[in-house]
Ligand binder design. Sequence first.
Ligand code: SAJ
Length: 476
Amino acid sequence: MTGKLGSVLEKKGPIKKIGVLGMGYVGIPAAALFADSEKFDLVLGFQRDSPSSGYKIEMLNKGESPLKGEEPGLEDLLRKVVDTKKFECTPDFSRISELDAVTLAIQTPFKNPADLTPDFGALIEGIRNVGKYLKKGMLVVLESTITPGTTDTLARQILEEESGLKAGEDFALAHAPERVMVGRLLKNIQEHDRIVGGIDDTSTKRAVELYSPVLTKGKIIPMTATAAEVTKTAENTFRDLQIAAINQLALYCEAMSINVYDVRAGIDSLKGEGITRAVLYPGAGVGGHCLTKDTYHLERGVTTSSGELDYPENTDSIFVLARKVNDFMPNHMYYLTQEALKRIGKDVKGSKVAILGWAFINDSDDARNPPSEPYRSLLIENGAEVMVHDPHVLNYPEVEIMKDIDEVMENADVIAILTGHSDYFKLDPSVLRSVTGKKNTVIVDGRNVLDPDAFIDNGFVYKGIGRGDKNEHPII
Ligand code: SAJ
C-alpha cells in the first residue's frame, strides 16, 4: 500500500473487527458471513433501538433471523456465529471506535423520482454515526445502492466533518454494492462477483481485503468508487430496460393479435458467436426496492456530475422511458380487466375482483412496491369490490392479505393474477368455475401462469399480457 494512507493502514494491521450498519436483507447475511470467516475476530451488527425495528437486536443476539421468508442457511449461520461469540448486535454506535472496518447497508429510496430527489435521510444518519466514532486507519464501505458520486462527495464530506480526519489519508473509503435477491441472500453474496471501488487505489485494496474472505465462487472486480456506483445502478437500469422492451413488445403483440411468447422463443432462437439475447419476460409490472429506483440514481448521477452530457436534444432518457413503460403495466392489467368485463356486458363498477398475488416477485413474501398495489387502487377508485390472496405475504399496510383462496374467489367476476407464485400454476379451471359460481368469469393472467385454452373451454373470458392470439377468443 502506498502513500500516507498506506502507511496508516499498515500500522493498523489486518482487518480483524468489523461493523455492519443496517440489520436488513443486505446487512444481516453480510454480517453473518464476515463473522463466519476465520480471517475476522468479531463482527458487530448495529441496529437503532427504534420502536419499529429495535426488536431485531434481541432476536439477532439469540441467533434468530428477523427477516421474513425462507433464507436457506441464514438462521443456522446466525446461531453459529452468535454461539461462538463472533457476532453481536448492538444499538451502541460508540463501539464503532473499536473497529477496523465499517459497512453501511441502509435503504436509499427515492422521495420524488420526477425531480430526481432521493431520500438519503437514513443513509446520512448512518454515515454521521460512523463519522462520530471514526478512528485513523479505519475503512468505511457503502453497500447501499447510491447515486453515482455519493461516496466521493457526500459520504467523504460528512465523515471528514464528523471525524476531523481526511479520507484517503487517515481513513479508507469505498463503495461495494450489494447484489442480493431475497430467497438466496447468502448464496448471492458468496457466489456473485463483487464490485469494489475505492476513492483511491489504497482504499480499493483495503476493501478487497475485507470482501475476499467471504467469496466462494465470486471474484473481486476492483474499480473506482464512482465506476462501482454506475455499475450497480446501470445493471439494474439495464434489467429494467430489458423488461420494458419485452413489455412494450407484448403490448404490440396484443394489438397485432399474436402471441408474444412465440415471438420471444423465435428471437431467443438466434444463437451463435457474438450473438447475445437476453429477452426477459413481460408481465403485470416491475416491483421491489431496486429496479423501481436505481434508474433514478443513475439519472441523478449524470445530472449532478460536473461533465457535459452530449445527448439528442428534447429526447427523454431511454432509461426513464423504460420506467414509464414498466410502471404502466398495472394500468394495462386494469385495461384488460375493463375490456374483458365489457365482453360480458359488465363494468368494473360493482364487480368483485379477486387479486391473486401481492408479493413483487414469485414464491417470496417480499411486498416492497408491488405492481398489484396500483392495479388494486384503480379498481377501487372505479367502484370494484376487491379481495387479495397471497400464499406468502403475511400483512401489508391497509390491505387485507387473505390466505383462503376460495373465499377470495367466491362469487368473483374477475380473477387477476399479479404474481407468478408456483401455487397459481396449478389452478384448475373447473374448480375455479365452481368456486366463482359464475358461467363466465373474467381471468386476467399477468404472469403467463395459465393455459388459456383450458380456461376458455371452461367458459372463462380470458385476457393475458402479450396473448393477442387469445384475448379476443369466442366466449363459450
Ligand atoms: N420482472 C419482470 N420480468 C422479468 C424479470 C423480472 O416483469 O423477466 C419483474 C419481477 O416480477 C419483479 C421485478 O421485475 O416485480 C424485479 O424482479 P428482479 O428479478 O429483478 O428482482 P430484484 O429486484 O429483487 O433483483 C434485482 C437483481 N438485479 C439484476 O439482476 C441486475 C438482483 O441481482 C439485485 O441484487 C437486486 O435487484 C438489487 O438488490 O439491486
